[in-house]
Design a protein around this ligand. Structure first.
Ligand code: 26W
Length: 858
């Protein structure tokens, strides 16, 4: 094998569509860069001196400045580029190894990625932490300053987006050939601040100072069409080929960020698409006429596609721009995937052998009709063959159970925006319903419910149905979730195609959420496990079990937690002015605000404690710090009112001398990955109190358990598996289970009956509606109290007593310090299963059927 890679294999230097250079095989091979790291392109040394040289030369040549006049920004960008150089070295060898072996690739399509800050991660993954610390200290630069300049790319809302990032990290660490595809939003998830306790959203201009971690690849742009009409290419069958003539086009320009594996050479990429206007968009004539706005209007319109992330994480809004975003992601990514496939492969039937595309929820599901369009219309593959290739290529992960989160798009909008895709969806539906009728003749209910088209009240395309019909595998993200999907939401599909349905329980990367977030705990663990092998084999944590009842270990374990709580207290004081006691139990509820997650139930408990303390200051309560953090979708009024109530209760409690020292409540603003890395290590109690059957999995619960927090929770999502693994006596369980929650409603659930029967609950609700937390304004939170005393959708009052009693059990346990510490150690020791490495192994074995490709050292 010559080792000479064909032009652009490492997906650089090939341009498609409008304004592209002519792309002839002959001329492209003429310019083939030798990418095997040869002496002349070696930029990275192996000693601290080399590293310092690399830094200085990058400061000179990349920033055009000298050490004397360098700003902190210069220092940060220089460090970033120098680390990036080291990762590029490994990336080049990864590309060569993948070219060599032409493996099956996993392509992860996600509208969201919450990658977190890159600096500390890349310092760890390049093993240059110590060197950097020494050089920085020697040059009077503080690592903290550099870290604050490291902006978090907040290209996601919550669980789904962070899971995507954890899976990418684990795929690289397990040497799985993979590429993540997403959208490079100019504005990520909004910045959250509070005014009078209310959430205020501000735009997140995350690339204002540039992003040193990305490589723009303008030559790899693709042209994406919208609207327009279709016509037959040859012959009039809808099964095509047909021609789509879009009336509007934008260019999709990629930039990629490196995704290094830990403890291995593999470096994969995540490729993020950005919308650029087509070249002739600037209207010079209008500009000349002084119509400056109009002159750039077309550019603004085109580029609005990747302008901002939609901040909703569970209610589909059906905005046209959102659908354009989804198609933009899908069209660019599929063209890129096909281009990469065609480097080494010619036969379309081999496509599913070389390509598996994981659809991260329904957001990228247009990829199914888009692949059909590209195969049938652009590559003249006949319909049935194309359909078989498509089904064998796609796999779909569902991340929710909430009916309102299952996306459906108006047929009228789809027909207008994507006329050819609507034709293809109709044909897919026709063939599917025809086969269905063969298997279940005359079963109209089945046909109506499984059809890709909802007929009433408005004709809409059911994206989840399209995902299931067009994929060879469907999975939920926790055992209960996958079971409920097969028994309720997707029941008919599951009985039609039981072999398609899988469970892959979520996981989290221990590199970011233990090693980087909690270095104190990591070194304590490594000290007891004889090294940090556990970082890539998390089941090794089981070795800590032997020390769970060891006094010396418990002492040191508590020290770690206390010091982490000191850091949290310092941050809370700095950002909110609230003074926290590091000795108090740190009770944490950190997640998106949503009624099903029941932050309100946590507030009812806080008010219960407050009432108890107020009524009997001598009452023996355990000093407790309650930490809230999380954003609400800007339009989600009910969630935002609960947020306001949390801040109101916090103000009242924190300023009431009768409870000082016993109870503190703090709402830390602008929750994101970086905040999680601060809060998780300091948590003693992890609040996972969603109504059973509503939280698909949860991943915060895993991060907290791995960092020694003990969970109080319901039998919901992955809580069940956490309890199964850490043991029932190391988990505080309360409330309805999923079946009871579903039957409670059926058996005449009355929220008011709980109010009538439970005086403590009554006192709590009366205090809230009585204006205790709103300086006497009885209307402030009336609607919150009315809604739980009314329909109480998420059975807060039904679970109140069981929850409060369980919290009392928590307090009794906390008072036995040794027992609590043993419980904490056992939670960490028994949570190895929740590594995203295990999750990726499950996907590889059960759905992707891909093998690792080892990347050689130098
Ligand atoms: C259409 C708007 C929209 C946007 C995002 C609907 C639904 C979503 C996501 C699916 C919501 C989400 O983040 N789900 C969370 O996914 C996590 C990763 O699997 C799970 O751990 C959480 O339980 C689930 O709520």
């Amino acid at each position: 094998m010559s080792g000479k890679l064909p032009e652009g294999y490492d997906n650089t230097r090939r341009v498609h569509g409008e304004g592209a250079r002519p792309d002839t095989e002959a001329d492209s091979l003429a310019f083939v860069p030798e990418i095997k790291p040869g002496p002349n392109i070696r930029r990275v040394g192996t000693t601290v001196e080399d590293f310092e040289q690399n830094l200085l030369s990058n400061l000179y040549f990349q920033r055009g400045t000298t050490i004397e006049s360098a700003s902190a920004g210069d220092a940060y960008h220089t460090l970033a580029v120098t680390l990036r150089d080291r990762l590029v070295d490994r990336y080049a060898r990864t590309v060569a190894a993948h070219y060599e072996t032409n493996p099956r690739f996993v392509y992860y399509l996600s509208a969201e990625y919450m990658l977190g800050r890159q600096l500390n991660q890349n310092l760890l993954y390049t093993g240059t932490e110590q060197w950097t610390r020494e050089i920085a200290e020697a040059r009077g630069l503080s690592m903290e300053t550099l870290a604050t300049l490291d902006v978090e790319p907040g290209l996601g809302n919550g669980g789904l987006g962070r899971l995507a990032a954890c899976l990418l990290d684990s795929m690289a660490t397990l040497d799985i050939p993979a590429v993540g595809y997403g959208i490079r939003y100019d504005y990520g998830i909004f910045k959250q601040t509070f005014q009078n306790g209310e959430q205020v959203e501000r735009p997140d201009d995350w690339t204002f100072y540039g992003n040193p971690w990305e490589f723009a690849a303008p030559d790899d742009q693709h042209v994406v069409g919208f609207y327009g009409k279709t016509e037959s290419a040859n012959g009039d069958s809808m099964a095509g080929p047909r021609r789509w003539i879009p009336s509007e086009t934008v260019r999709g320009e990629p930039s990629h960020m490196l995704v290094p594996g830990y403890g291995t050479q593999t470096v994969n990429i995540v490729r993020l698409w950005r919308a650029r206007a087509s070249r002739q968009s600037f209207d010079l004539a209008r500009f000349g006429a002084g119509q400056y706005g109009e002159a750039v209007q077309h550019i603004a319109l085109s580029e609005s596609i990747s302008k901002v992330l939609y901040p909703d994480d569970s209610t589909e809004l059906g905005r046209e721009l959102r659908l354009k975003q989804q198609y933009f992601l899908v069209s660019c990514s599929l063209r890129d995937i096909i281009r990469r496939f065609q480097f080494r492969n010619r036969d379309w039937d081999a496509f599913p052998d070389k390509v598996v595309i994981q659809l991260n929820d329904t957001h990228p599901v247009l990829a199914i009709p888009e692949l059909m369009r590209l195969l049938v219309d652009e590559h003249q593959v006949d319909w049935d063959r194309a359909w078989s290739i498509t089904q064998r290529t796609f796999a779909y992960t569902c991340h929710t159970l909430l009916p309102e989160a299952l996306e459906t798009w108006p047929v009228a909008l789809m027909e207008r925006l994507l006329p050819r895709h609507m034709e293809i969806i109709y044909l897919i539906n026709h063939v599917f319903l025809r086969d269905l009728d063969m298997r279940h003749p005359g079963d109209l209910r089945l046909m109506r419910d499984l059809s890709l088209i909802q007929e009433e009240p408005e004709r809409r395309v059911r994206m989840a149905n399209l995902a299931v019909v067009g994929s060879h595998a469907v999975n939920g993200v926790a055992e209960l979730h996958s079971r409920l999907l097969a028994e309720t939401t997707l029941r008919d599909f599951a009985s039609l195609w039981p072999e398609k349905f899988h469970n892959v329980t979520n996981g989290v990367t221990p590199r970011r959420f233990v090693r980087l977030a909690n270095p104190r705990l990591s070194s304590l663990i490594s000290a007891h496990l004889g090294g940090d092998g556990w970082l890539t084999d998390l089941d090794q944590l089981a070795g800590l079990e032997a020390f769970a009842d060891d006094n010396a270990m418990r002492e040191r374990w508590r020290d770690v937690k206390r010091l982490n709580k000191v850091d949290l207290a310092a941050y809370a004081a700095r950002t909110t002015g609230v003074v926290l006691d590091p000795q108090a139990m740190c009770d944490v509820m950190i997640k998106r605000f949503h009624e099903y997650k029941r932050q309100l139930l946590k507030v009812l408990h806080v008010v219960t404690l407050y009432n108890r303390l107020r009524d009997d200051p001598a009452a023996t309560v355990v000093p407790r710090t309650v930490v809230f953090a999380g954003k609400a979708a800007p339009g989600y009024r009910a969630a935002k009112l609960v947020m306001k109530l949390v801040n109101a209760v916090a103000d009242t409690v924190n300023n009431d001398p009768r409870v000082a020292g016993a109870l503190r409540v703090v709402f830390l603003p602008d929750y994101n990955v970086t905040r999680a890395e601060l809060i998780v290590p300091s948590a003693d109690l992890s609040e996972q109190i969603s109504l059973a059957g509503k939280e698909a999995s949860g991943t915060g619960n895993m991060k907290l358990a791995l960092n020694g927090a003990v969970t109080i929770g319901t039998l919901d999502g992955a809580n069940i598996e956490i309890r199964d693994r850490v043991g029932a006596d190391n988990f505080f369980l309360f409330g309805y289970n999923a079946e009871q929650a579903m039957s409670a409603r059926r058996s005449g659930y009355s929220a008011r009956s709980f109010y009538d029967q439970d005086p403590e609950l009554r006192a709590v609700l009366d205090a809230i509606s009585g204006g205790v937390f709103s300086s006497g304004d009885r209307d402030a939170f009336a609607s919150v109290v009315d809604s739980v005393l009314g329909w109480d959708e998420y059975l807060c009052l039904g679970d109140y007593r069981s929850y409060v009693d369980c919290q009392d059990t928590v307090e009794r346990a906390w008072q036995d310090r040794e027992r609590w510490t043993s419980m904490s150690i056992r939670n960490t020791a028994r949570s190895g299963f929740f590594s995203s490495d295990r999750t990726v192994r499950d996907y590889c074995r059960g759905i992707w059927n891909v093998e690792p490709v080892r990347v050689p050292e130098e």
